[in-house]
Write a new protein. Structure first.
Length: 245
């Protein structure tokens, strides 16, 4: 019994950590999108709202369903219900393809809607939601591939959710304090720090999945900033957005 007590405590702390991170991500997404989506017309918005379209509504519902699924899956693991967690995980394989298609179409359609922060032109901003798609799909695909390795799986799932935060952060007042990429990319990246801290506290070093996932997110952010004002990107963005507008 004495030898099992530290292991039980460690497992409990791990469930608490990942559960807390899931709640923090859920809260950030809700706060960011409350004025424009969840509580639209019920609370004041910091800037004029764009008209809603059926595609935008579908996009919001799909990604909201994913966030709720992520939260539910985290709570199921915390409650020791891995059996339900595995069965419910099949829903992710249905949602993911639909999210990829809808997110791509919504991103391209956002150019005509003039979506994005007022400080970034729509064609440049397209780099953010459009390149979110391969980043998110790649991280989730890797997480599903490593679903039989819980320590890898949970870290990649968490990092994939962190990768979704820039649009939510960009809609918060923090974007007025830290305008531009520093606001929506930099503040979102701060959510990676607790995971590195947890790795050091629980494992004594950052885990490979944590380093690889964080490198993918930060590398993607830097890449988007580097290209989004280049003639090549603007030409591509103009061509791609014209396919749906």
């Amino acid at each position: 019994m004495a030898t099992r007590t530290p292991a039980v405590g460690k497992a409990r702390n791990e469930r608490l950590f990942f559960g807390t991170m899931a709640v923090a991500i859920l809260a950030a997404i809700f706060i960011g999108f409350a004025p424009s989506f969840y509580l639209r017309d019920a609370i004041p918005a910091p800037r004029p709202l764009l008209p809603m379209t059926p595609l935008v509504i579908l996009h919001g519902l799909l990604f909201s369903s994913w966030v709720l699924l992520f939260m539910t899956q985290t709570l199921l693991i915390s409650g020791g219900r891995t059996d339900i967690h595995r069965r419910l995980g099949r829903l992710a394989m249905v949602l993911l393809p639909a999210m990829i298609v809808v997110a791509t179409l919504t991103a391209l359609g956002g150019v005509a809607r003039q979506s994005g922060p007022p400080t970034v032109p729509p064609l440049s901003w397209l780099a953010v939601p459009l390149l979110d798609v391969p980043l998110f799909a790649g991280l989730i695909g890797a997480a599903l591939y490593f679903r039989h390795k819980p320590q890898v799986h949970k870290r990649l799932m968490l990092i994939a959710m962190i990768g979704l935060l820039p649009p939510a952060i960009g809609r918060m007042p923090v974007s007025d304090i830290f305008p531009g990429p520093i606001g929506f990319f930099g503040v979102s990246a701060l959510f990676l720090l607790p995971l590195f801290a947890w790795d050091y506290a629980s494992k004594g070093r950052p885990q490979t999945a944590t380093v690889a996932g964080a490198a993918a997110v930060i590398g993607s952010d830097i890449f988007r900033i580097a290209i989004w004002e280049t003639p090549a990107w603007l030409a591509f963005a103009r061509w791609a957005s014209a396919l749906v507008n």
